[in-house]
Design a protein around this ligand. Sequence first.
Ligand SMILES: Nc1ncnc2c1ncn2[C@@H]1O[C@H](COP(=O)(O)OP(=O)(O)OP(=O)(O)O)[C@@H](O)[C@H]1O
Ligand SMILES: [Mg+2]
Length: 271
Amino acid sequence: MSTEPHTHTGAVELAEGEVPAIRFEQVVKRYGDNTVLDHLNFTVRKGDRVTLIGPSGSGKTTILRLVMTLEDSTDGYILVDGNPLTHLQRDGKRVVIKDRERAQMRKRIGMVFQQFNLFPNMTVLENIIEAPVHVLGRSKAEAIKRAHELLEQVGLPDKANAHPTSLSGGQQQRVAIARCLAMDPEIMLLDEVTSALDPEVVGEVLGILRNIAETTDVTMLIVTHEMQFARDVSNRVLMFDKGRIVEEGAPSDIFDNPQEQRTKDFLSAVA
Ligand SMILES: Nc1ncnc2c1ncn2[C@@H]1O[C@H](COP(=O)(O)OP(=O)(O)OP(=O)(O)O)[C@@H](O)[C@H]1O
Ligand SMILES: [Mg+2]
């Protein structure tokens, strides 16, 4: 049984010896005097699909960027698979971990962004093999083979040599998903991955993500306004407001029977 201070939400009961995929311990993130995350605690079990919802500015992207190590927290600790992600506690002090260790941790995590963020000067294939070859040290032949399999999986088998600029938004996002999967991440971070897409292609991108959720055990942190997708794919929903979890539960609890007024207000605003 794990208990977490400060708030009862965000905690999960762990089995004896179970190591969670992600743990936030008293995480603070400030930009200047704007406190975005205020001693945030939460735990994500391995294989969990957790959807983060909440109003604009509530800190959802910040949480994903912290896990991706694109940002550093101001205080507190983030553990991934029981290991410190960026900082650890030593002799009661918060110290930064070695760059080499941080790079090792980062390899285990992948992120897909709203704006795809493909490398525009590289072909689709080059986008997908770049990190497996240069970060994981895979052979080029092996990386290419896997890239073709992934392009098949995302429904773009004939786009290997295309340039991102020649692809539609939906196609670019599918390449970005393939690029993320090429690293075999333990944790996938999805930040509003369909928000920049034309409505008619949202479904195909969500379909690919549903398939990944069904066929792998990757841990997912999902920020989305697609509530049906959140309902189908996630097993937990965390409702944030001003950098704090105000309510959490199974999707059916949160979407059908929200308890907090802020959750009710938010859901009626996005419906
Ligand atoms: N690089 C930055 N510099 C300064 N302030 C920032 C920065 N990034 C985020 N913030 C601030 O942090 C707060 C949380 O932002 P964040 O992007 O995490 O919110 P969000 O929940 O993802 O919102 P949205 O639904 O609009 O994407 C906001 O007040 C934002 O202005
Ligand atoms: Mg955001």
